[in-house]
Design a protein around this ligand. Structure first.
Ligand code: WT7
Length: 651
């Protein structure tokens, strides 16, 4: 099939029913899950909780709902690490591979479920020996190495909530998260490999710890073997502690509503929110969705979610969901273009990957690189593809379907958020007829509706996506700030959770996600708040004012464009722009670095003084902006002025 045919089909609004051979072997191949859930949605989740998980004490209470506070399976007890590890070993599957791990330099490790049990138990004992008790928070700042899931599971085993901070975050970002969570121990590594270079995690971690008061010990994994600073007494080597540790550690009996982890995410203010996820409901949700959305056949599938464990996608679909289901997964440490642009396809071929889950931004990058890279590898074992993180444009969807999936693999476009814990809107690949670019329908038992400005339900057409029922993986709040939780998610539309996304429902009832409607940008599938970037810009004493917008970008979905006005005596130079971009990267992380900084004399404002971001966004989207600083370009300034004059002055 040629490219041209595909384009033509797309114009015809082509639909993709499940292929016959896929449907025949699928775990769900008719609407029975939907029917069961519609008859009794709470009973449905109770059924899944009992079927998919092993409980120490069964629950009687399914849901206590005191809007917006939910308690799922309240009186049940269980342990997440027991469910993810021990029970598979007890069932005789200890030799089964949990993770095929591949480092960027090409080193590899096979971690079986028995290995996991040994390492998780040992590290749980290590944490105890360092004084970590049930309820204490543990911060984790690590590269994509097997010790990362081991550390998370060890925390879960002893009931110490973890707070994983993505290794691409800066020292400042890590510090803020450690302080907010009052973490007692930090787990990190000397570094990790990324594009052939060692990322200096331990150096950043030391920097982050300046000004924190709660960290008693830092555990350091040796990965890159570079020399790192070491503070005697506080810092300990992972491998030395593990050698001495006992390999037996009984899993704690945790309440279903005990905190499993915190994960910080951006909102509309500068301060990141510590999203709280608990034990029984979360694990039920991720196990259920991982099993049915990916049609997981644990004995034959090799599953690969190519996200970083530091984001929620990795928590739910590299660690907790796949392990709860006894899957075999791939973990890759590094960059997709190292040493060549075919690295992912080489890995997929080598391990015989059957299910691949990645992000639209990655898919668009692969499109740009060209088809010769996937074509140079045998990808015939693939049978299902997934997408997450931002809307996938139909062109990228069809490219993924054709050039990666060989035209035979369903593509599941999965909508969810850090806050939802697991997938909410997505096809079931053996059931749903796909439309490229649509996440299709809410999963069984999930209540999702589109509403207008007044909160009235929209049956067909565009509006705001809301969730109408509690779900087991839902956030239980923002750490330390219940008011902000109510205000952020439950105040815009009465009785509804507002996700922050626009959405359209087409004539067939399909959901089409339209991106964020608040001041949150989506850069390569990662949420970055405009305020956060603005605050870090005006932090520089030479900057008077800054306005940041996310403008459409072919590869990353959105790109960060910053409009900056400097103080009177300061000269707006190329060099200053470069410095500012670097300082944002340092304060937030590289992904927060503005792609372009535009110096202007003035920012367009409403009469009440609100910056007219919408206009700045239009200006940015109408221009071809490079990866640079644009010096006080008179054309831009004129355009902003002209358009500010023409726009209605909304207050
Ligand atoms: C935001 C959540 C979900 C894990 C990764 C991101 C956008 C996510 C889709 C999708 C359209 C999507 C939304 C959402 N988003 N998946 N399939 N189609 N948009 O987690 O950082 O919490 O971001 O990502 O805008 O609100 P996150």
């Amino acid at each position: 099939m040629t490219e041209a045919t595909i384009e033509a089909y797309y114009l015809e609004d082509r639909t993709f029913p499940p292929p016959d051979d896929f449907r025949k072997q699928a775990l769900a191949s008719d609407d029975s899950l939907y029917k069961e859930a519609e008859a009794d949605w709470q009973g449905f989740w109770a059924h899944q909780a009992r079927e998919l998980l092993t409980w120490f004490d069964d629950f009687e209470s399914v849901l206590e709902w005191d809007l917006p506070f939910a308690k799922w399976f309240q009186d049940g007890t269980l342990n997440v690490s027991y469910n993810c590890v021990d029970r598979h070993v007890e069932a005789g599957r200890g030799d089964k591979v949990a993770y095929y791990w591949e480092g960027e330099p090409g080193d590899t490790r096979e971690v079986t479920y028995a290995d996991l049990l040994d390492e998780v138990s040992r590290f749980a004992n290590v944490l105890k020996s360092l004084g970590v008790q049930r309820g204490d928070r543990v911060a984790i700042y690590m590269p994509m190495i097997p010790e990362l899931p081991v550390a998370m599971l060890a925390c879960a085993r002893i009931g110490a909530p973890h707070s994983v901070v993505f290794g691409g975050f800066s020292a400042d970002a890590l510090r803020g998260r450690i302080i907010d969570a009052e973490a007692k121990v930090l787990i990190t590594a000397d570094g990790g490999w990324r594009r052939g270079a060692a990322v200096p995690l331990k150096v950043n971690a030391d920097d982050a710890l300046e000004g924190t008061e709660t960290i008693e010990h830092v555990v350091v994994v040796r990965r890159t073997e570079e020399d790192v600073p070491f503070t005697e007494g506080r810092d300990r080597w992972w491998h030395e502690l593990m050698q001495e540790a006992d390999a037996d550690c009984a899993p704690e009996r945790m309440g279903a509503e005990d905190l499993l982890y915190l994960l910080y995410t951006s909102g509309t203010t500068a301060k990141p929110k510590g999203i709280m996820h608990t034990t029984g409901g979360y694990l039920t949700h991720v196990a259920f969705t991982h099993k049915y959305v990916f049609d997981l056949h644990p004995d034959t599938d090799v599953y690969w979610c190519a996200a970083d464990i530091g984001w929620v996608t990795g928590h739910s679909y590299i660690v907790y969901g796949p392990l709860a289901n006894g899957a075999t997964s791939v973990i890759y440490e590094g960059s997709p273009d190292t040493p060549g642009k075919d690295r992912l396809w080489a890995i997929a071929e080598k391990y015989g990957v059957t299910i691949l889950y990645t992000a639209p931004t990655a898919i668009r990058t692969f499109m740009k690189w060209g088809t010769e890279f996937p074509e140079s590898h045998d990808l015939s074992k693939l049978r299902l593809l997934g997408s997450v993180g931002e809307p996938i444009n139909p062109e990228a969807w069809v490219w993924y379907w054709q050039h990666i999936g060989g035209g035979r693999c369903p593509v599941v476009d999965t909508w969810w958020q850090t806050e939802t814990g697991g997938i909410m809107i997505s096809p079931l690949p053996g059931v749903t007829t796909l439309k490229p670019g649509s996440a299709t329908f809410p999963l069984p038992a999930i209540g999702a509706e589109v509403v207008d400005d007044n909160g009235n339900k929209v049956e067909r057409g565009g509006g705001y996506l809301t969730l109408t029922r509690p779900w087991p993986g839902m956030l239980r709040g923002i750490y330390g700030d219940p008011e902000r939780y109510k205000e952020t998610y439950w105040s815009r539309f009465e009785g509804r959770y507002f996700a922050g996304d626009g959405c359209k429902i087409d004539d067939d009832g399909y959901f089409w996600l339209l991106g964020r409607v608040d001041d949150v940008m989506n850069i390569s599938g990662h949420r970055v708040s405009t305020t956060e970037v603005e605050s870090s810009l005006v932090d520089d004493s030479r900057v008077a004012e800054a306005a940041v917008v996310g403008a459409k970008d072919e590869t990353t979905g959105q790109a960060i464009i910053a409009y900056v006005t400097v103080r009177g005596n300061v000269e707006a130079t190329d060099g200053l722009g470069e410095e500012l971009r670097e300082s944002v990267a340092k304060k937030i992380g590289k992904f927060g670095r503005p792609k372009t900084i535009i110096f202007t004399d003035d920012l367009p404002k409403t009469r009440s003084g609100k910056i007219m971001r919408r206009l700045l966004k239009d200006v940015a989207e109408g221009r071809d902006l490079g990866d640079t600083t644009t010096l006080a370009d008179p054309a831009v300034v004129d355009e902003i002025k002209r358009r500010a004059e023409q726009s209605p002055q909304e207050d």
